[in-house]
Design a protein around this ligand. Structure first.
Ligand code: MRU
Length: 368
């Protein structure tokens, strides 16, 4: 996607030093553009844990590069297999819900198992990290192409009036290597000149919608409006939403969708108002082993301070302010699960399918 008018990705190798991985520190957005250098697997783990990078696809791609840095470290150690495994376990422990993280670590570990020398270990790890990142971008690009058809159809049915799309959290370019999942169809439609407008859920407590989705849509020139989290139902009741598209951090083989907390309520409201509710995802976000999202998907719980405090800029300074009574306890569940029955369809890199096991495995027959 374009940032300051220039095509940019969310993770890359330092152009002059392949021992350094570079990321955008997303904690500073939308107010500052900060590039961070990651030199060790432990620094990568911290960047994921403390959400310098976040979003399912980008967490996976970053873990892939983390395993590359782990391979560089292991190549200098006496027991490289143990050192790589320990780095993989550490990376996997950072965030539990996005399945892309474990998927990328496992893919790296099995690729590296065939290495017969330290040099080969590092080169396999590097090519696998680059492949994971390239595939992520390519999948999101294809998701854009498939989802574009939905928006184009709605545009025709509205006689060219702007298609009103609601999205939650940030399943955008910043949550992946490029394009995003939920936003890819939006960018594709906008680039084709289809008039549209995006309602951006603020997405408390970390406000990924207000901070990140609004910023990236703005960078790309897509008309949008930030709304408080509780606004979607009202907009739907008044005919102001034509389509909901969200992302996912983990979707079961039966179509249950874990996504940022609050997604389920939007799905309920969409269902009640007869509004299509789509989930966009690359296949790396399917958990092929799980069938029951409510019972099986681990839900991350984060610190209560994220709920009790709000943050932003004042007079050029980043400020955190206490919103709730200092003594009140707060609970911070990061994700919820939307049951498959509330999902109109899944937009994947291979096409659109129903949120059912037969629908999903018809597109991915190797997983049947
Ligand atoms: O906690 P985050 O910011 O890593 O959460 C991920 C998300 O942004 C959303 O849940 C998103 O919709 C799915 S990730 C593509």
């Amino acid at each position: 996607m374009n940032v300051h008018g220039k095509p940019t990705r969310t993770i890359w190798l330092h152009p002059e030093n392949p021992a350094i991985v570079q990321i955008i520190d997303q904690r500073a957005l939308p107010h500052a553009w900060v590039i961070e250098d990651l030199l060790t697997a432990e620094q990568v783990a911290t960047a994921i844990l403390e959400m310098h990078v976040r979003g399912a696809g980008l967490i996976g791609a970053t873990a892939g590069f983390g395993m590359y840095l782990a391979a560089r470290e292991a190549a200098r150690s006496d027991n490289s297999a143990a050192s790589i495994h320990a780095a993989g376990q550490r990376l996997k422990s950072t965030r539990p819900t996005a399945v892309n993280l474990a998927w990328a670590v496992d893919r790296q570990e099995s690729a590296m198992a065939s290495a017969s020398s330290p040099g080969e270990l590092v080169s396999i790890a590097l090519s696998t990290a680059l492949e994971i990142a390239e595939e992520d971008a390519a999948s999101c690009r294809s998701i854009g192409g498939h989802g574009l058809a939905l928006i184009a159809e709605l545009s025709r049915s509205k006689g060219g009036a702007p298609v009103q799309i609601l999205t939650h959290c940030n399943a955008g370019w910043l949550a992946f290597v490029d394009y995003g999942s939920a936003t890819a169809p939006i960018y594709a439609a906008h680039d084709q000149g289809i008039p549209l407008h995006v309602w951006v859920d603020e997405t408390r407590p970390r406000s990924q919608g207000a901070k990140l989705t609004a910023w990236e849509l703005g960078q790309h020139g897509v008309p949008h409006t930030v709304i408080a989290d509780n606004t979607g139902g009202h907009l739907m009741q008044h005919g102001l939403v034509d389509l909901v598209i969200v992302g996912t951090d983990r979707t079961t083989r039966t179509g249950d969708v874990a996504n940022k907390i609050g997604t389920y309520l939007k799905a309920l409201a969409a269902h009640d108002n007869g509004i299509p509710f789509y989930v966009a995802l690359p296949s790396s976000s399917f958990d092929w082993k799980m069938r029951d999202g409510l019972k099986e998907i681990p839900i991350e719980e984060r610190g209560s301070e994220e709920v009790k405090y709000a943050d932003g800029m004042a007079d050029g300074r980043h400020l955190e302010v206490l919103v709730a009574p200092a003594d009140s306890p707060a609970a911070n569940f990061g994700f919820d699960v939307t049951p498959a029955r509330l999902v109109t369809g899944l937009i994947t890199e291979r096409g659109i399918c129903s949120a059912t096991e037969p629908g999903i495995t018809a597109l991915f027959p190797d997983k049947a």
